[in-house]
Design a protein around this ligand. Structure first.
Ligand code: LLP
Length: 421
């Protein structure tokens, strides 16, 4: 059995006809849509969403799914059908959230460098909250809202200088990171703008990083957020919510990992000190385990020193995480050959030496035309794909209730060239 961690089963499991996603044969999907392709389990997304939702129990909470993790329309619609709200990080994500059916009031908008166009768009939409990243941005929002005759609902993102103990590229809560305003400046920033008529301060926001694997940093973030909210209450700023951001990690290696229940147990005692409704912005923890990138072996070679390479038809253009962060993803052959496991370098076809999914990974023999699944790629997989080397984006398939459908077709060269003179 392939597990998320020691207790939860992954949607991708070995079966008689080879690897299956919730019982649906990966061979049959790839025979139809080709490779590379992303395959997602709707059931896994539902389960992960509900695990977080139920972990927060009766504490007033709203889950704003972070679209940046995976914003394919069908996935966003699925989350909406479960009762999720949305966290958007750009004008594009706001537009996708709205096309998926979210109302503006259900969307919070974060982003470290919002353009004037994005701010105007967000203000005109009357979003649930614009999470401002600086005093200057608050002032630009105030001016734009004032000019439009509107009142913008805003929260200030604070940077608590807490080490998320995650990969440096995805840690955001340290003084050395570009995100938010220093925690100690926040109270004065609110105080100086309290009487600005075009701003309504509805919350405070914090997000210290992603793929956080221990409760400590999340608990410290909740403590900092709550203390600030209590201070603001003293100052007479009536907040509607505190926004704890996302960041809950997943078990890429299949080993024990902080669970949603442990996350809630770490932060709820802090949140209860103020009792203000909490907004959560999970992305990875909802969709990460739901997806696999299915790829075909296109070449196999061995150097005289014995090092062996399996070259796939998917690479950093489809899944950038290993090249960008050195991140680990399990790789399983769809129909494993009955040989002993030996070390393989599993690489992509891109002309970059960083285009490597795994080095010296213990795998059974791989041969040209074999299919492999790169697991736990539902989050930050397809959304970070690129057209480098003029490679069309891979299709995405959603498996649900014993059937499957293409939720994004494969891009064609004509799609790519359609934008060009
Ligand atoms: N809220 C804010 C303000 C964020 O910046 C992020 C992620 C989230 C929520 C969702 O975080 P999650 O629950 O997914 O950890 N590309 C990287 C991850 C970047 C995360 C950026 N911000 C990766 O592949 O690991």
């Amino acid at each position: 059995m392939i597990t998320c961690d020691s207790s939860v089963q992954l949607p991708f499991q070995p079966a008689a006809g080879g690897l299956a996603c919730d019982g649906v044969s990966i061979h049959s999907i790839s025979a139809s849509v080709g490779t590379p392709a992303y395959v997602y389990s709707a059931a896994a997304i539902r389960d992960a969403y509900r695990a977080i939702d139920s972990a927060f129990g009766d504490y007033p909470h709203a889950i704003h799914y972070a679209l940046k993790a995976n914003s394919t329309l069908a996935i966003v619609r699925l989350l909406r059908s479960l009762g999720s709200q949305a966290d958007a990080n750009s004008g594009g994500e706001i537009a996708v959230a709205e096309r998926a059916g979210f109302t503006p009031a259900q969307i919070v908008f974060t982003g470290v460098g919002k353009s004037r166009e994005e701010l105007d768009f967000a203000i005109a939409q009357d979003l649930g909250a614009i999470n401002a990243e600086s005093a200057g941005e608050l002032d630009r929002i105030a001016a734009a809202a004032g000019a439009a005759g509107r009142v913008a609902r805003v929260a200030l993102r604070v940077n608590p200088d807490i080490d998320a103990q995650s990969h440096p590229h995805i840690s955001t809560g340290l003084r050395s990171n570009k995100f938010g305003v220093a925690l100690q400046d926040a109270r004065a920033i609110y105080a100086a703008r309290r009487s600005v008529g075009s701003l309504r301060f509805v919350g405070v926001h914090i997000h210290i990083g992603s793929q956080i694997t221990t409760p400590g940093p999340l608990q410290r973030a909740a403590a900092a957020l709550t203390s600030l909210a209590l201070e603001l209450r003293e100052d007479g700023v009536p907040l509607e919510h505190v926004d704890l951001g996302g960041g809950l990690g997943i078990a890429y290696e299949g080993r024990p990992m902080i669970t949603p229940a442990e996350y809630a147990a770490a932060v709820l005692p802090e949140l209860r000190r103020a009792g203000i409704p909490v907004v959560l912005e999970p992305g990875r923890a909802i969709v990460g385990h739901s997806g696999a990138l299915i790829a075909r072996v296109v070449d196999v070679k061995q150097y005289p020193d014995g090092r062996r390479f399996a070259v796939l038809d998917a690479g950093m253009t489809e899944l950038m995480r290993p090249a960008l962060y050195g991140s680990f993803h399990r790789i399983v052959p769809v129909a494993p050959r009955q040989t002993t496991e030996t070390p393989w370098d599993v690489v992509g076809p891109i002309c970059e030496s960083s285009d490597v999914f795994a080095r010296e990974r213990q795998l059974p023999d791989l041969c040209v035309d074999d299919l492999v699944a790169v697991l736990d790629t539902g989050a930050y997989g397809a959304v970070m794909a690129s057209n480098y080397n003029r490679r069309p984006l891979a299709p995405e398939v959603l498996v649900d209730e014993g059937g499957w459908s293409v939720i994004r077709r494969r891009q064609t060269i004509d799609d790519l060239l359609a934008l060009e003179a």
